[in-house]
Design a protein. Structure first.
Length: 667
């Protein structure tokens, strides 16, 4: 049966035509009343139109019409009509019937084709829906599987990301450690940020060296020497970093470092000198078998990275050589600085002016310098010793300084005119002087003045701000400050205010005493006054020394330092609530203006009002990098004017006026 079904489907059109032909022939042959059976033709035509389309149905209908018309023409009597009008009526009937038959085939065929197109479109749509359903089913299955395993996949991915992050962090840490082990962290950070430039700027160079370290290293095993040297460097490195120094290089037991580079600090000279003093103090306090020499020089140098594959940040220039020379000329345990450095620190250090030094020309010149130091010290005791003048003159000749040589040899001749050696030396000095007048001598020496720094000056000895009678009565108050100076000194260096905290602390304590404050509270005020500026650690260094040129945004940063100061004290372990309250509110204005805490009048802690007045006075009467100090009377009048404007507590200001009355004196 299956083959027959396929056969009919394949040859349906031919079978349809054959059947139609046979049916027509049978009707016309066997049926006497053929006209009654004409409507039967509609059935196959409709079936053909539905099955084979409009064209086949119309052709089939035309074929039937032609076939029936042929029978009607040949045998009209077989249709039940005669000739004449009846024959004409049959023809009309066949034409009308044939037209409807063709029309039926065309209409039904068109509808069948339209229905077929729609069925085909529906079939395509069904196929597409079936495909989409399959894809959707697969997607749902995948989504279900993904949902069921999402947590595991997230955990797995998280572990992978953490592993990758740790690997990156480990690599980053290794790179940073490698860089930090060979370069200063500040230099590394500036390199990463692209802010490290080759430039010419003013800096301070510090050279330090251990005395007799070579002898020590020859007498001890290598492991002991290295261990002791590393212990020494471990102790001194934090001091250099605390005062913002850049360790350029280690030269055996020597250290070269720059202050003011690579970061351009305005107070670079102060940083260098205080670092030198603290290095000597640290070495003296520890049990080391050697002493140290420190030389510092300041001035213009070229700074930048040098090297091809292995680079290092360094400074180049005459100042570097001068600092190295000052270190060699320094006495053990001392700090020797040049004139340029002294100009920036002379207000707050105790220093003794030494003889003039010139740039070195090797070890031979260095030995001559040492000999000059010894002979000139001896000459102070024996000013009329002709032999001493002669020997000093010869040394100056060896250093290519004929003017100084002539002075001493001429003095020797006056003391002993008969000495042939003096006369010959005098002639040689004259010849050398004439030669230098004719030509430019390469490497001709230029003398510089050196100062040996022995410590910090007591700021209470400045008679421009502190009267003699005040110091006589209250000078010992500073001994009550038990807080290490190293806690606040690095911040004072940044602010160019060395000694400020000590003066403010003493003034605050004395004002509190005059107001009848209890001893316990006075000590809290003393400590708070000494640490009041510790919050300036958060203020960028380029803002601290801007003076009146600071912008409103920069002032807003500065105004936050009292709050930060309180936080820092808590971190350091200070638990005295009164002391922390004073630091936090130290810059509150009496009328409630200026600072964000919002206190005013008597609501401001008394200690904070006292410290605020003392701070304002010392700030005005102290030199800053951007201005000269105010005279005492002018500073007091300025504070009086600001008090009338509501900034300070009048009763505290009145006490300050009474305490500081007295004639102004020299610094």
């Amino acid at each position: 049966m299956e083959w027959m079904k396929r056969f009919i489907q394949e040859y349906f059109e031919q079978i349809f035509v054959l059947v139609l032909l046979l049916v027509t022939a049978a009707i016309n042959y066997y049926i006497p009343q053929k006209l009654a059976f004409l409507n039967l033709y509609f059935l196959p035509i409709i079936i053909g139109a539905y099955s084979m389309g409009r064209r086949t149905a119309v052709l089939g209908a035309l074929f039937c019409v032609i076939l029936v018309s042929g029978y009607a023409y040949l045998s009209p009597e077989s249709f039940g009509v005669g000739t004449g009008d009846a024959s004409w009526s049959l023809a009309t009937h066949i034409v009308i019937w044939g037209g409807f038959l063709v029309l039926a085939g065309a209409v039904v065929g068109g509808l069948a084709e339209l229905l077929g197109d729609r069925i085909e479109a529906m079939q395509d749509l069904n196929d597409e829906l079936a495909a989409n359903e399959g894809a959707l089913t697969a997607a749902n299955a995948s989504l279900k599987d993904y949902s069921e395993n999402l947590e595991a996949k997230v955990s797995e991915r998280t572990v992978e990301l953490e592993r990758s992050h740790k690997a990156i962090e480990t690599m980053k840490q290794k790179v940073e450690n490698a860089l930090y082990s060979t370069m200063d962290p500040t230099v590394v950070n500036l390199m990463i940020e692209g802010q490290l430039r080759n430039e010419k700027r003013n800096v301070s160079l510090l050279f330090s060296d251990l005395v007799n370290f070579t002898t020590y290293s020859e007498k001890h095993p290598p492991e002991v020497v290295i261990s002791e040297l590393n212990r020494y460097l471990r102790d001194v490195e934090p001091i250099i970093h605390a005062y913002r120094g850049h360790i350029d290089k280690y030269m055996g037991d020597g250290i070269m470092c720059e202050f003011g580079a690579p970061v351009n600090y305005a107070t670079y000279r102060t940083m260098a000198v205080l670092a030198g003093l603290k290095l000597q103090k640290k070495l003296g306090a520890l049990n080391y078998p050697w002493q140290m020499r420190v030389g510092i020089a300041s001035g213009p140098v070229v700074t930048g990275l040098i090297g091809f594959k292995r680079q290092t940040f360094t400074a180049i220039g005459d100042v570097v050589n001068l600092a190295a020379r000052l270190e060699r000329a320094c006495t053990s345990g001392g700090v020797l600085i040049d004139q340029e450095t002294y100009a920036g620190v002379g207000d707050f250090v105790v220093a003794e002016k030494k003889r003039q030094f010139g740039p070195a020309h090797g070890d031979a010149d260095a030995h001559k310098e040492y000999d000059l130091v010894a002979l000139e010290e001896q000459l102070v005791q024996e000013p009329e010793n002709a032999e001493l003048h002669y020997r000093i003159g010869l040394l100056y000749l060896g250093l290519l300084e004929p003017v100084d040589a002539l002075v001493h040899i001429e003095k020797a001749l006056k003391l002993d005119p008969s000495s042939t050696a003096f006369k010959i030396a005098y002639a040689e000095a004259g010849m050398q002087l004439r030669e230098q007048e004719k030509i430019s001598v390469k490497g001709r020496r230029q003398r510089v003045t050196a100062y040996e720094v022995t410590g910090l000056r007591d700021p209470l000895l400045d008679r421009r701000k502190i009267p003699e009678n005040f110091y006589t009565r209250y000078g010992k108050v500073g001994e009550l400050i038990k807080i290490p100076n190293d806690l606040i000194l690095p911040i004072e260096v940044m602010d160019d205010s060395v000694g400020h905290s000590r003066v403010v602390a003493v003034l605050s304590y004395v004002i509190a005493s005059a107001l009848g404050v209890a001893e316990t509270e006075k000590l809290a005020i003393l400590q708070a006054a000494f640490l009041a500026e510790i919050g300036k650690e958060i203020v960028p260094h380029h803002i601290l020394n801007r003076g009146d040129s600071a912008t409103p945004a920069e002032y807003a940063i500065i105004r936050q330092h009292p709050i930060e100061g309180g936080k820092i004290l808590r971190k350091l372990g200070y638990e005295n609530a009164a002391m922390i309250g004073i630091v936090t509110h130290v810059h509150e204005r009496f009328n409630g203006s200026g600072y964000p805490q919002g206190l005013k009048g008597e609501a401001i802690p008394l200690g904070a009002r006292i410290v605020g007045v003392a701070d304002a006075y010392d700030s005005l009467t102290s030199r800053r990098s951007y201005r000269e100090p105010w005279a005492r009377e002018a500073a007091l009048q300025e504070i009086r004017r600001e008090t009338e404007g509501g900034l300070f507590d009048p009763k505290v200001v009145n006490i300050l006026f009474k305490l500081l009355s007295g004639p102004a004196g020299p610094a």
